[in-house]
Write a protein of this length. Sequence first.
Length: 85
Amino acid sequence: SAEDPNGSQLVLEPNANPAARTYQESILKQGIPATMFFVDDIQKEFQRLKKLGVKFTMEPTRTPGSTIARFDDTVGNLIQVTQLS
């Protein structure tokens, strides 16, 4: 990223493969996240992303061992942020 040139980078490719498209649509329909990112403070990250206009499909929710939140990336994927307990 511009903030950290030596940090991680996520590159998404066009989805022209019919098998990949079917898989993507299926996991979205089932509510399964395509990927997840671990954060140290989920409430802080939730508020930061909401201020940027991210629409969450699940607000921070406690689960055994973690707190999770999910949002739609607007191109057919659910993304999960997770804070371990």
